[in-house]
Design a protein around this ligand. Structure first.
Ligand code: GLU
Length: 404
């Protein structure tokens, strides 16, 4: 990254987001006339539901273009509380939820509001690109908790116990996980909670944004629902659950995230938000209310669409020489291993991603997700694109691989 003497030490600790950088690069190349398929960003291609669009149009017509309360309108807070209670089984009320400009902002504010220099944040790897960068920006050092395909990218309670120190401030959980699709079952989360009981200084972020996208049935398991005592409203409450409408309702650009947790943490996040963005977009909040209060019946159909895409991509990748991918249990990403293709002409997985880009497909290298901590080199495919688009992209990947 380009440096400049005026950049703060905090800024110099972080890199730009590689998911958004690769997507912006694909957009620029397309604007310059190149035929690029972008499988780099986790963004459903499906249309935002009509009733959501109508609610936003109505909000505009009603002139709801003014500031709202910093942490969201009372309608939006009620809708978020409804979502946490109905969809995730977490006891939530408007007093312990907050609305932000996407889940990313909630995570940013929560970490920046609680981390002091020298603190540690335990993050299971492979991880979503922004977790370690936000932790480092806030002043923490990152403690990776490596996982492998053999354990379905889930860490054990024992590994967590070994990673915790007196300086651990946060454990970040993400189930279903980005980029691995890992889904933690209830018994494993309860074992994790047993470890947390022995370390009451550790806060827990549970990023559940992909909860509707689980392909193996069963109820969604999340720590705050399984162990409400850990998420209680008092000072001892220490679980923050993050969700939102971006992935579930195809509302990525509208930037609405939800978080629920103990009041002390919600208020701290809102204190910071009052000086960063202020309130999240008023029109998007109206859309999020419609999304949460309207029918959720289509989510099952959408999940089936994503399952078919997942199966298409995994079968094709696993048939290509030098590439392999486990079949993810949730979310809409495949983490492709490509170690046999790396070495010689292709120095690392960043070079492999550039090679694929030359063949017209944008993906994000596994190194962006902390793959090196897990001995993993390859790339992430977002299969949130139509089957036709995916088929063309897979043909291009095959051609690119054969060209090596
Ligand atoms: N979370 C999505 C992804 O991983 C969106 C882009 C981003 O914010 O990283 O692709």
């Amino acid at each position: 990254m380009k440096s400049h003497p005026s950049l703060s030490a905090a800024l110099q600790r972080i890199e730009p987001s590689q998911t958004t950088a690769m997507t912006d690069c694909a957009t620029s190349l397309r604007e310059a006339g190149r035929d690029i398929i972008s499988l780099s960003v986790g963004e459903p291609d499906l249309a935002t539901p009509d009733h959501v669009v109508e609610a936003m149009q109505q909000a505009l017509r009603d002139g709801r273009t003014r500031y709202t309360p910093v942490g969201g309108t009372s309608e939006a807070k009620r809708a978020a509380a409804l979502h946490f209670t109905r969809d995730l089984g977490i006891e939530a009320s408007p007093a312990n939820v907050t609305i932000s400009a996407g889940g990313k902002q909630a995570i940013f504010h929560a970490l920046c509001a609680t981390i002091d220099p020298g603190d540690e944040v335990v993050i299971p790897a492979p991880w979503w690109v922004s977790y370690p960068e936000i932790a480092r920006f806030a002043g923490a050092s990152v403690v990776p908790l490596p996982t492998t395909p053999a354990s379905a990218f889930r860490f054990t309670a024992k590994a967590l116990e070994a990673a915790i120190t007196p300086r651990t401030r946060w454990l970040l959980l993400n189930s279903p996980g980005n980029p691995t699709g890992a889904v933690f079952p209830a018994d494993e989360l309860l074992a994790i909670a047993d470890v947390l009981d022995r370390h009451p200084h550790v806060l827990v972020m549970s990023d559940d944004i992909y909860a509707p996208l689980r392909y193996n049935g069963g109820d969604h398991a999340t720590l705050a629902a399984l162990r409400p005592d850990l998420a209680a409203n008092g000072d001892s409450g220490r679980v923050l659950t993050v969700s939102g409408v971006s992935k579930s309702h195809a509302m990525t650009g509208l930037r609405i995230g939800f978080a629920t947790g103990p009041e002390w943490l919600i208020l701290a996040m809102e204190r910071l938000q009052s000086h960063s963005s202020g309130n999240p977009c008023s029109i998007s909040q109206a859309g999020a209310v419609a999304a949460m209060e309207g029918s959720q019946a289509f989510l099952g159909d959408w999940r089936d669409i994503f399952r078919a895409r997942r199966d298409l991509v995994c079968a094709a990748i696993n048939a290509m020489p030098g590439l392999s991918t486990p079949v993810p249990d949730g979310a809409f990403y495949c983490l492709v291993e490509a170690a046999p293709l790396i070495g010689g002409k292709i120095a690392d997985d960043g070079a492999l991603a550039l090679h694929l880009l030359e063949h017209g497909v944008a993906v994000v290298p596994a190194s962006a997700f902390g793959g090196a901590h897990c001995g993993l080199a390859g790339f992430r495919i977002s299969f949130a694109a139509s089957e036709d688009t995916l088929r063309t992209a897979l043909q291009r990947i095959e051609t690119a691989v054969k060209a090596l």
